[in-house]
Design a protein around this ligand. Sequence first.
Ligand SMILES: Cc1ncc(COP(=O)(O)O)c(C=O)c1O
Ligand SMILES: N[C@@H](CCCC[NH3+])C(=O)O
Length: 435
Amino acid sequence: MEVLSLLDNLKLNEAGHLQIGGVDSLQLAHEYQTPLIAYDVSYIKKEIASFKDAFVKAGVKYRIVYASKAFSAKAIYRLLQQEGVGCDVVSGGELYAAIKSGVDPEMIEFHGNNKTPAELEYAIKENIGCIVVDNFYEIELIEKICVSKNKIAHVVLRVAPGIEAETHKYISTGQSNSKFGFDLDSGQAQEALVQMLRSPWFEIRGVHCHIGSQIFSVAGFKMAAVKMVRLLWDWKEKYDFKAQILNLGGGFGIKYSENDHPIEPVEFVRAIIQTVQAEIKKYELTLPEIWVEPGRSLIGEAATTLYTTGSMKKVPDLCNFIAVDGGMGDNIRPALYGAKYAAFLATDPYAPTTQVATVVGKYCESGDVLVSDQELPEVKPGDILAMPATGAYGYSMASNYNRNGRPAVVFCEDGHAKLVLKRETYADMMNLEVD
Ligand SMILES: Cc1ncc(COP(=O)(O)O)c(C=O)c1O
Ligand SMILES: N[C@@H](CCCC[NH3+])C(=O)O
């Protein structure tokens, strides 16, 4: 069936049911209820291994830094820590969660275009690996904190390299008018470097850029690598600045539906390594550590969301809705970016299709659509629908809109399932109320 060609990590068991990490999806739905986000842990490990392999084969020093905004939970922080992967946080909340989950502070980098004074103070107190400095206001803030604490900040300078990535405009970040980073072309990045070099409170470990997210072509990454290495040469010539780290960000695109035709994520890593190596050689520079910051590509295709179907609405020749027990509260991406997903019957993914239907959620919004106009078999209330590739930016952008609780999350591996995030209850949602 077409939908199944989507993801090669999806497997069926003897009963013909979808299984996730060796666990029957029906059993998962029964035991943990729905909506349920189920991760196949071996998928995440396999992706990490392929990235590592690319660096090791190229013989370069490297760090893989997981962008934890894609899915921030104790279970994933612990897994990545075990796998030797670093961690990118973008708020005090993510920093707190990473530290409480046992991530080595040296493995943490802190991003953000408007880190608050309290967040920066926290990061400096915890001696994290680096703060990715984003703007002039932040330089001032960091300096003040360092003076008051008598501590030196380890930083990386974020550059907006002036590259337009081909992706949705909400998730394009490398262009000159991006809200993130110091613009390269207008000289602001250089001005930032000069300011920090003049100050005794900064140890500048390297430079960073991130051109955007859900990108399918290596071209933008190669261009970014060329520009960034040229920048390193320029700064070495002018200021004798020697970067230990060259971080080229994340953004490697994945397959959500038949509309997407991504290359293997590791191909981005290979293209980055090769371009950096070639450019470094050209300018006769010392090769810095190459860092990449994948979020989506490490975990996106690892998870499948299971929903239970409920009401159906057919208006002849007009519309055919199948409603499920979740929706925009557990996956805002279709509503926010027009993202396309697919769905199929978990009990019988190969069932012959008999209708074109739109899978909608239970939220009070007409835009609460999960999958538009997809061929599906007959579906009855109480069936389990599986929606693949929901591991990134689903739970992390989830809300309890309409006071629907956030879904539960399980990690599945070798035939065993482990609950890693409990379903949010009505009572949980009342916890912040003050009488
Ligand atoms: C600075 C930075 N690094 C890494 C990422 C991770 O991107 P992705 O999840 O697309 O790999 C993002 C998100 O776009 C980001 O803003
Ligand atoms: N939330 C976005 C990606 C965020 C990019 C963060 N810089 C998505 O779901 O695609």
